[in-house]
Design a protein around this ligand. Sequence first.
Ligand code: NAP
Length: 684
Amino acid sequence: MGDPAFKRADQGFGDDRAIEQALESAHIPSLVLALVHLTGDVSLLTQVPRPVYDFFGDGQGSLAPDVQATVRARAATALKALRDGAPLPPLPPADTIRRMMDFIAGVDIPEHYVSFLMEELAIGGGKPRASAPEINVPASAKARFRVVIIGAGMSGILAAIELQQSGIPYVLVEKNADFGGTWFENSYPGCRVDTQNHLYSYSFENNHDWPQFYSRRGVLYGYFQRIAAKHGLAAHTRFETTVDEAVWDEASRRWQVRVRDKSGHAEVIEASAVISAVGQLNQPKFPDIEGRDSFQGESFHSARWNHGVTLEGKRVAVIGTGASAFQFVPEIAAGLEKLFVFQRSAPWLGPTPEYHEDVPAGKQWLLEHVPYYRSWYRFYLFWLMTDGVLDAVRIDPAWDGGPQAVSALNEELRLALAGYIAMQIEDPGLLAKVTPDYPPGGKRMLRDNGTWLNALKRDNVEVIDERIARITPTGIVTAAGRAVDVDVIIYGTGFHASDFLRTFKVKGRGGVDLHDQWNGDARAYLGIAMPNFPNLFSIYGPNTNIVVNGSIIFFSECAVRYIVGCVKLLLEGGYAAMEVRPDMHDAFNTRIDAANAGMAWGAPQVSSWYKNAKGRVSQNWPLALVDYWNMTRRPDPDDFVLTTPGPQWIPDQVRDDDMGEAGARFYRARPPRIFALFMSSSRT
Ligand code: NAP
């Protein structure tokens, strides 16, 4: 199957000069591979030196300027020929594709990554991480299996699309008035994605015409709206409706989901399964600071930006220096009389010169017109983020070089990043404040192009790193006794991230309350399934957040594939319910906890929202992306307690019309697949 881009190659290809100009913006390693497709000349893979990527490099794989020029010239010739009617050679064979992968990665990719990466590349067409499997049961059985999806952000949209494509009815319940989740809610100035946009997109809706490498919030919001519209999701969505409670009814083996619309009208939706897609980062967290309510000026949280408040000419305090404040502080600083940035810990900054840049027209052109260029460009981004700097944030138990690093490699990274900060700051007082004192990787590293420190260096900006003692009617008082009067306080203080599924009650088998079961320490099997909660699945659940590698969309795609696989298992197996085995769940969590304890964010000297009130890292995935991919490719029935329906479950029409009497007899006679463990469980 050909590259869809090629189908458009004859449209607007332009003259020689247009081609040559576009090639000036090429990502050369991707262009080399596109050239292999264009010419069939595999010798390019040895003629051109393998790229060598550097954390601080230009992304061109350290290829010498003359090599880059030669590749461009050859690509120009091949593209002009293509424009003039030359045929595109057939796709290279699999072993060549494999060599091409090694080339662009700059390493011999380990064998156990190959299928995972091939799927992402999807070079022969097809849908990467396709779930939407054929579910081979009668339409009437599917029709009866309704799913409630809670949340219409990135993950909920994805779940709806995949269920829809598998023919499973669903109701999408969304508290907001539109799709988009985080991109709907966060409208603060400067809000933009901090994963490369050509990667931060569904693998099956890979937008190649992002206006910026890291697009602004409005572009992302538009993307998710467009995808939802394309798939007709609105017809199945209840907007401005909140879920108050989901209760498992053992008799019917279905969930009763109590929802409330904006007029206060309550209703119970019955569902065979519930998918929580409520996200981790959407319940704004205000700090527990004495006197907070006494403040008489304006105040708001960054995720609920009050656009009605005029900031220009005002004295403003920002509390927090996390990813949100990092983006809005440089946007607002210039117009203020005075900005006080209250910092508890400084963020590490990852140099990203193109962070605010538009994608040049030439690059857009290449992505649009050059066969397979965009596939390889995305693959390159995916590979870079596959393990990211995972090795550099892993704790070496033998490390004795002090608490600001966790290994020799981490120390190397720390020194390089500290140097990057020092390069930008002359004032030693400010430098001491803005240089983090914890290991890189302890918290999320922020993409930086210099705007953050430039903002902090402004004459009207002051970084205050003293602890806040209290908030008064007129401002903020520090523990050292300094009082700062302000007109506005903006809380960039993050979210209730470790209070998973915080906004509604969930009662499972035997009336067990999910939040009681968690007791402030949320855990799940693969972030998806919890013992005592049959047919309840969570996307972006406990321990599925990432710090230095991957894109969260990748995780959601893996989780949704797994969940739709669960629906398939239930329906095709004739089961009414599946519940993760406690031993599987516990063993998984033991493994994850041990791995998290070995990462910089799990180090005892690091405190962050990745750790819950009990000190356990409940947010993060500590292993490689390929591990999550492998674990979630399809559910293993042996990981679950699977129960057959009671007689009342078999719908008449299935028994009589679709299955026939023989089928129905088989259905009824099938012994329930119940593990001894389930029977002997001490769970209530
Ligand atoms: P955050 O990372 O949790 O940052 C909260 C900030 O508030 C931290 O600097 C924290 O200090 C500080 N803070 C909290 N309580 C405080 C208190 N009592 N006194 C003083 N300071 C206090 O929240 P966020 O910036 O909203 O970002 C949350 C996550 O959202 C990010 O990590 C990222 O995953 C995501 N996000 C992504 C993007 C993007 O993709 N573009 C943008 C924004 C957010 P400590 O560090 O000392 O705890």
